[in-house]
Design a protein around this ligand. Structure first.
Ligand SMILES: [Zn+2]
Length: 482
């Protein structure tokens, strides 16, 4: 499918020239995919007189960013875009990228994929069964894109907001037949020879500090501890959520801008003449879509976009050397829309998890009456001007919360996976926003691909997710670094 893109490559080369001419112009300068005739004429006029003496060097693809929003289908992106527009805020940075593609995500058996099979497809160019990492369906070891690029001398970074040994990051360094084999996944991480890891801890590696030291890594738990100079680094965040991953973006505090800071730390440490490849995952968009917490998944997506903005700022400094690709491994929650005030998604200020752990726990322990509790929940979820029907809905849910009289399965069926009052507030936010969850699982929907920079032309079109791997290799071959 990509062999037909030679002509497009020429167009893209002209686009790159345009970008070179536009360095410093900021986000407004992001070029359209196909330069207009006028634009091309301008390029010729401005570059032709000096071309004989000082020709612009051809693009060399040094720096490669792959951003994966876990569970970020088209609807998740639209929800965020609609909410930002409704609130009068600037759109996501990556939806302005000049190249758009669309990837089909089914696993090797044509089933709905999990994150392990999807990461393996993107990283190796081969579909596999759910749960496998870096192995085909017959358990043959596959070569990851990150390993191939490591062997060409590029520095490699793997960043995620979930745990370091979670399926998506592990898909870029591990070769095991179960995504739950956390100890074996950690073995592969320490043996990878990659230069930078950042994420929310390990599941099953109590001796991580010792293992890191034995394998030449400095292991740190916060940005402040980052050692000066070079050297391989593992940032295993201490801002742990439950048993894995960094805290939810919506809950703010020390978690604020974590993925953006991690991306900027990786850029600072990995930038060198042979270049880098980094995979950056917004890992918790998926989690909150599973649990139908709309406000929280939007916050994760905006947090992910901030990390992409850091890559875009780097791109603007190195436009003829930097490729940024933003995509997803699958859609989660079968999200669709009806009419509504999408800005309601931005007014929620607490994750359902934190609400259960703090507000609900305090109200239950004090047996706070509904009239006193209601304003606290409304404020946390950004809700106001309730109808009588909405108030009655929350009052019934809260009565169940105080009494604890619904068995788990009934509460799940009637309200959702969280405590009844928490689930009811989240459901009200989604209803007011006109956002509908069709399930709490992954779906078979295609996912979007956005690309900018030299080689981005290989990401245009509609294809299987395995083609993403091939496109990265075609891009590096088309714009080699001498
Ligand atoms: Zn998932």
């Amino acid at each position: 499918m990509f062999t037909i893109y030679r002509q497009k490559r020429i167009a893209a080369f002209l686009a790159v020239l345009l970008i070179v001419a536009c360095v410093g112009c900021g986000r407004a300068a992001v070029p359209s995919a196909t330069p207009s005739p006028e634009q091309i004429v301008i390029v010729s006029e401005t570059t032709a007189p000096t071309a004989a003496t000082t020709p612009l060097p051809p693009p060399q693809l040094r720096y490669i960013f792959l951003f994966i929003g876990d569970g970020m289908g088209y609807a998740q992106v639209q929800a965020a875009e609609d909410a930002l527009a409704a609130a009068g805020r600037e759109s996501l940075c990556f939806t302005n990228f000049p190249i758009a593609g669309s990837a089909h995500t089914a696993n090797v058996d044509g089933e709905v994929t999990d994150s392990a099979a999807a990461a393996t497809a993107i990283a190796t160019g081969k579909k596999t069964v759910n749960g496998y990492l870096g192995l085909d369906e017959s358990q043959n070891r596959l070569i990851d894109l990150s390993e191939t690029l490591r062997d060409t001398g590029k520095k490699i970074g793997i960043l995620t907001t979930v745990s370091l040994d979670h399926a998506t990051p592990a898909g870029f360094y591990a070769h095991v037949d179960s995504r739950r084999s956390y100890a074996m996944i950690a073995d592969d991480l320490f043996a990878s020879g990659f230069d930078f890891f950042a994420g929310g801890g390990f599941h099953d590696t109590p001796d991580a500090a010792q293992r890191a030291a034995e394998n030449g890594y400095a292991l740190i738990h916060s940005f402040e501890e980052a050692p000066a100079g070079g050297g391989s680094l593992i940032l295993s965040s201490s801002l742990i959520f439950g048993d894995y991953g960094v805290l939810p973006a919506i809950d703010g505090g020390a978690r604020e801008d974590w993925l953006k800071k991690a991306t900027e730390l990786a850029i600072a440490r990995l930038t060198d003449p042979t270049g880098f490849f980094m995979m950056v995952e917004g890992g918790r968009i998926d989690y909150f879509c599973h649990y139908n917490d709309a406000g929280s998944f939007i916050a994760e997506l905006l947090d992910f976009d901030e990390a992409v903005q850091s890559a875009l700022a780097f791109y603007e400094q190195h436009p003829s050397e930097t490729l940024i690709v933003v995509t997803a491994d699958h859609e989660t929650g079968l999200v669709s829309f009806t009419e509504g005030d999408r800005a309601a998604l931005l007014r929620q200020t607490i994750s359902c998890d934190l609400c259960d752990d703090t507000l609900v726990a305090a109200c239950v322990s004090a047996q706070t009456p509904f009239e006193e509790a209601l304003p606290l929940f409304l404020s946390a979820f950004g809700l106001s001007d309730l109808t009588a029907e909405e108030t009655a809905y929350l009052e019934t849910a809260y009565a169940h919360t105080l009494k604890g009289d619904l068995p788990g399965s009934t509460a799940n069926e009637e309200y959702g996976v969280y405590d009844p009052i928490t689930s009811a507030c989240a459901a009200l936010v989604a209803a007011r926003a006109g956002l509908v969850f069709g399930s709490g699982a992954h779906s078979a929907l295609d996912v979007p691909v956005y690309a900018i920079g030299p080689g981005s032309e290989f990401f245009a079109g509609t294809y299987e997710n395995t083609a993403l791997h091939d496109a990265f290799l075609q891009a590096t071959a088309a714009y080699p670094v001498p």
